[in-house]
Design a protein around this ligand. Structure first.
Ligand code: GTP
Ligand code: MG
Length: 398
């Protein structure tokens, strides 16, 4: 479910005033007001000033954290309570994040400018599109927002009570001469109006996780194995690089605390230049409280092609910083994995000499050795241990 964030399949129920039909992938079509309802949490960064007024909190429904977000309210009363958006000639592409538990969904919408045609101004102009990115993010419980505005409602018979409808003719019935009455009816009907088009939006939804701990490391370092050892997650594990193609989440449960851990695809040097896969997923650890650097003690042993763990750490910190300045600046620990490999003990001792400032745990993830110590270390950091510190590039001697 982690990767189902992208796409347009979120529930797009619609409510309509004076129009008809719904569109799943496009929202805000003719006569609709669309309300993106966010069950858990919200922070919205918005592109244009008028949108914030459309943000509201609503009662949070019980949602499956993995469920796609943004159910659209069909309750007309809710729509009526929202700020009027009659002047809908605006173009917005809104990207919002919907958080469910530790997950969030981003919504990216394009609203065309064809909306809000004023009846007096005549035919509608050609729709124009505006594309923008990272416009809105929903991260708080119960937040909802209008992502596209409905058009002017139509006016029907209820609004014109004098309208007389022609009686249905039964087969063989001769129509009576009622031309005078018909004339009056036609006058009345001329004032009936159909609904006007609303704005349209194309959404790109993005799921963002907000784990407590992010596991970062080079491909094949053993991150997924470690996640499987510290939690009940069952990520794919392989003896080749880039086994993990999408982030995995696991829960680390204590009696008094539950910690969410994300294992993201391996990072390689130059990831910030779009090499490898991990960079694309670094956004998932942007909000983690704690970083756990997983290094492979055996990567450079016996003529293997890898690099020593201190160099792995240096490259990892640099890649994080390239992705987002300050990303490495949070409490961290180092998991020195594959201690079972021949020669790994010497490398571990060397690692301890070369890296300062953060705790280093010797671990054999595959045999689950050293796991309880790592768990305790993570718990301390997540709880805000005052002795914690980040891994700084100056504290790594290569
Ligand atoms: N000897 C030894 N091998 C390990 C240990 N932990 C993991 N491995 C092996 O290392 C290989 C890579 O493990 P993964 O957990 O898939 O590594 P990863 O860091 O998730 O790799 P990517 O998903 O490609 O980034 C697998 O063959 C694991 O069995 C360990 O403690 N000792
Ligand atoms: Mg993996």
């Amino acid at each position: 479910m982690f990767h189902c964030s992208l796409g347009l399949q979120w529930p797009a129920k619609s409510c309509r005033r004076g129009g008809h039909g719904t569109s799943k992938n496009k929202i805000g079509t003719r006569g609709e007001d669309k309300i993106l309802q966010v069950p858990i949490g919200t922070v919205i960064h918005l592109k244009k000033g008028e949108i914030p007024s459309m943000l509201e909190h609503c009662s949070s429904a019980d949602l499956d954290p993995w469920e796609l977000p943004g159910s659209l309210s069909t309750d007309q009363s809710e729509v009526d309570q929202l700020p009027s958006s009659k002047n809908t000639s605006m173009a917005e592409k809104v990207k919002s994040t919907h958080v469910a538990g530790h997950l969030s969904f981003c919504t990216e919408i394009t609203v065309d400018q064809s909306s809000g045609m004023n009846q007096a101004t005549g035919p509608q102009s050609e729709p124009t599109e505006e594309i923008s990115y990272n416009v809105a993010e929903l991260t708080e419980e119960g937040q909802r927002m209008i992502v596209a505005n409905g058009g002017e409602g139509g006016l029907g018979n209820v609004c014109y009570p004098n309208v007389t409808m022609k009686p249905k003719m039964t087969k063989g019935e001769v129509p009576r001469d009622n031309s005078i009455e018909d004339e009056a009816s036609n006058d009345d009907r001329s004032s009936l109006r159909t609904g006007l088009p609303g704005s349209e939006a194309v959404l790109v939804l993005e799921l963002k996780s907000i784990p407590d701990v992010g596991l970062v490391g080079m491909p094949n370092a053993g991150k997924s194995t470690l996640l499987g050892a510290i939690s009940r997650a069952k990520p794919a594990i392989g003896h080749y690089a880039f086994t993990t193609l999408r982030p995995n989440l696991g829960n680390l449960n204590f009696d008094d605390l539950s910690i969410t851990v994300a294992d993201i695809p391996g990072l390689i040097k130059g990831a910030h230049q779009n090499r490898g896969l991990g960079h694309a997923f670094l956004r998932h650890i942007e909000r983690t409280k704690v970083l756990a650097y997983v290094v492979d003690l055996a990567a450079a042993l016996d003529g293997r092609k890898g690099i020593p763990p201190w160099e792995q750490l240096r490259d990892l910190v640099l890649e994080l910083e390239h992705h987002q300045g300050g990303l490495s600046n949070r409490p961290a620990l180092v998991v020195a994995n594959k201690i079972d490999e021949t020669g790994a003990e010497d490398v571990f001792r060397e690692l301890e000499k070369r890296v300062e400032g953060v705790p280093i745990y010797r671990v054999c993830a595959v045999l689950e050795e050293g796991i309880s110590e790592v768990k305790a270390g993570l718990k301390l950091l997540v709880n805000g241990d005052e002795n914690s510190s980040s891994l700084n590039i100056e504290n790594i001697r290569c």
